[in-house]
Design a protein around this ligand. Structure first.
Ligand SMILES: O=C(O)C1=C[C@@H](OP(=O)(O)O)[C@@H](O)[C@H](O)C1
Ligand SMILES: C=C(OP(=O)(O)O)C(=O)O
Length: 422
């Protein structure tokens, strides 16, 4: 592999592979944060080890926490909120870190500046910072609230009632709910505007309950009372969104891929891939060993509303370039504010290799056409590396630019992909 490019391998026959994917980013970073807000150390087993999870641990450390890496996982210590002075939190391009950690800075006495990659400076943050201000936080930011911004801790946050527009990102809502047990009055959030990614909201409520909180939901209103958090141990599930390229692969190549450790029950959006496989013409069987996906090497075009599972879009769009007819993906306008403008990036890169992919107001229209060799730019987006790998299954000479950017959630991706195809 050249330093800044990777030739995605072509599948030479039907697949027959078993893969293990790393821990869920979304669960790992929630568990780390709730552990830091707890009253005792938590051993987080089988966590994701990647750029985003390291950024979360470093952020918690900057805010007064600490952790130890052991053979069993990561032991995360409660925040020591007695510190004063200035601190900095590096956000990289991690939405979970950028959205979830600012509320923590309100609990201590430090003045904390948050900033990260160029890309995170373009991602929406304003409605969350406004909601925190309304709950009592002292935050200085540019208009619109994009990083850099500074939170002046006043030793606690009153909390209380707030209206929130979480339509640009479900992470705004999750951020308020996750920290709320430590607000003096907890929080009552009334949503104005429907958030995407309901499964991630369910995940937030589930993790809060496991750590001892008592969140309640009634339609678009959420309440989290103040209370203690604490859990001795928590085991992270494999990341089912990271599994997506492996799940769709046999639909393109024929054969079988088994994803080990697929949970029988989960809040992860990636679990929806099981029904997608059937809709596209393959089969997916879940048993004690994991998920077994079998494909014929052909897939059907489809109309898919991906509002609840937006992070799966890049990989699904790539797979649909090989369908037997056109497809339409809708419900994902908010992807313009993800790691990059994913709708623009996918339309440009997939069309650049020959497919007919155009942006719509809230998604993509995909007209399959013969695809050719060329460079696939990845825009510092891990899921575009995975999308490019899917194209490479059927198209020789796909040169994936900056493959290391996949380290946001799966540093070993290219090796695991090559092994699955070997
Ligand atoms: O809460 C989370 O862990 C996430 C929520 C979703 O964000 P958006 O609601 O901004 O799409 C998802 O796309 C992201 O990958 C992870
Ligand atoms: C949108 C994503 O990430 P983030 O957590 O940075 O929002 C993603 O992983 O697809």
């Amino acid at each position: 592999m050249a330093d800044n490019s990777w030739t995605a391998p072509v599948a030479t026959g039907r697949l027959n592979a078993t893969v293990r994917v790393p821990g869920s980013k979304s669960i790992t970073n929630r568990a780390y944060l709730l552990a830091a807000l707890g009253d005792r150390p938590t051993l987080v087993r089988e966590p994701l080890v990647s750029r985003d999870s390291t950024l979360m641990l470093d952020a918690l450390t900057a805010l007064g926490g600490g952790y130890t890496t052991t053979a069993d996982g990561t032991e995360v210590r409660p925040l020591d909120l007695s510190g004063t002075g200035e601190a900095e939190v590096a956000l990289g391009n991690a939405g979970t870190v950028a959205r979830f950690t600012p509320a923590l800075a309100t609990l201590g006495g430090r003045t904390v500046t948050f900033d990260g990659d160029e890309a995170i400076r373009r991602r929406p943050q304003g409605p969350l910072l406004d909601a925190l201000r309304e709950l009592g936080a002292d935050i200085t930011s540019a208009p619109g609230g994009t990083p850099p911004f500074t939170v002046r801790g006043r030793g606690g946050l009153p909390g209380g009632k707030v209206d929130l527009d979480s339509s640009a990102s479900s992470q705004f809502l999750s951020a308020l709910l996750l920290a709320a047990p430590r607000f003096a009055d907890g929080v009552t959030v009334r949503l104005v505007g429907a958030p995407p990614s309901e499964p991630h909201i369910a995940m937030t409520l589930d993790l809060l309950r496991r750590f001892g909180a008592a969140p309640e939901r009634s339609g678009t209103e959420f309440h989290v009372p103040p209370g203690r958090l604490g859990l001795a141990e928590y085991t992270v599930e494999p990341d089912l969104s990271t599994a997506a390229p492996f799940v769709v692969a046999p639909l393109l190549t024929g054969g079988t891929v088994r994803v080990a450790g697929w949970p029988a029950e989960t809040t992860q959006p990636g679990d929806w891939l099981r029904s997608l496989v059937g809709e596209l013409g393959g089969s997916a069987v879940l048993d004690d060993d994991g998920l077994t996906v079998t494909g014929t090497g052909g897939l059907r075009g489809a109309r898919l509303d991906l509002h609840e599972v937006g992070e799966l879009t890049p990989v699904i769009a790539a797979a649909l370039c090989f369908a037997d007819g056109p497809s339409v993906i809708s419900g994902v306008a908010h992807l313009r504010g993800h790691e990059t403008d994913r709708l623009a990036a996918l339309a440009t890169e997939l069309s650049g290799l020959g497919a007919g992919v155009t942006e719509t107001e809230d998604g993509l229209r995909i007209e399959p056409a013969p695809m050719r060799a060329g460079v696939f730019h990845t825009y510092h987006d891990h899921r575009l590396v995975m999308a490019a790998a899917v194209i490479g299954l059927r198209v020789p000479g796909v040169e994936v630019e900056n493959p290391a950017t996949v380290g946001k959630t799966f540093p070993g991706f290219t090796g695991a992909w090559e092994a699955a195809l070997a």
